[in-house]
Design a protein around this ligand. Sequence first.
Ligand SMILES: *Cc1c(COP(=O)(O)O)cnc(C)c1O
Length: 374
Amino acid sequence: MLPYGRQSIDDEDIAAVTAALRGDFLTTGPTVGAFEAALSARLGGPGCVAVTSGTAALHVAYAAIGIRPGDEVITTPITFVATAAAAVLQGAKVVFADVEAETANLDAAAVDALVTTRTRAITAVDYAGHPAEYEALTKVARRADVTLIADAAHSIGSTYRGVPVGSLADVTTLSFFPTKNVTTGEGGAVAATDPAVLDRARRFANQGTVRERELMRAPDEGGWFYETHSFGLNYRLPDVLCALGLSQLRRLGQFKAARARLVARYHEMLADVPGLTVPAQRAWADPMWHLYPVRIADGRRREVYDRMRAAGVGVQVNYVPVHLHPVFQDLGYRAGMCPVAERFYSEELSLPLFADLTDADQERAVEALRAVLG
Ligand SMILES: *Cc1c(COP(=O)(O)O)cnc(C)c1O
């Protein structure tokens, strides 16, 4: 089965991991800091903490900005469930705002209408790699005096009005799962513009441990001593995986160009297929495309999905709107709450897209699609 997404690993990636395995540190060594510094440079300069997954990054982000029971977090239903679930685990009530019909990104006006005195954060998702409308979202966040979070699991390498993803929101979370734009196997990161938020993020991802002498309550206890000042988890990304991440970051430009070329080819090959809409791109966006999400009209998405899969083309649907999952249904969320998102879901199909996708495989995917829609 041709997958919808997969990693690209070359000899330099393998050499980087091998070198880390031969080194003194499998984890908590110097490669972690080197990876965080390289990542920061890619994101336009915010401080970064490497963590074990995109889900961990979201949990760390919500913890670091102090989300707690009674708080409300507004987000999009067109995302992976972790965007919302991590906020619920911090005790928040998640409020789903509807999306824009064309990009499936959070609709700033819909967010604005849902702000209350309990709102603490707005989490946007750069769906498919296309940045959300950050100017409008920032205005809403500033007026409400809440934190703007970007779940950029899809969009490392993208820019919005020339500004890189990572420098568009107060806090940005990333995922390095194998299907994403760059990978560490499992992995993720949190970037934050406020150093105090970054400190809390690092602390939460390191079991709440304090080793800085100037912060300790008993600094003269002895050289072995450390203190725990808050509760945290172990979300550290090991050196071995940071080595892979460092190597992958060097290839980011190459990956972006490969994805852009494939997207241009899809646009061209699919332009005249009846009942099919290719993904929209705003003039101000320079996306690093993670997904190639087409929309299929006339209730035929299921048929196209089944027949393409039967033909060996591993198409995917991104995403089941989060509020429709049983865990949210059991909390009282209902179909009809986000009609634009629900309609998008009913039509969406992600075609194979990854840096090493061959022209022949891409053509095979297009033929399989044309065999259904003519
Ligand atoms: C992949 C993804 C996540 C979760 O990342 P993991 O690394 O798989 O934990 C969160 N949000 C979005 C939008 C994602 O695509």
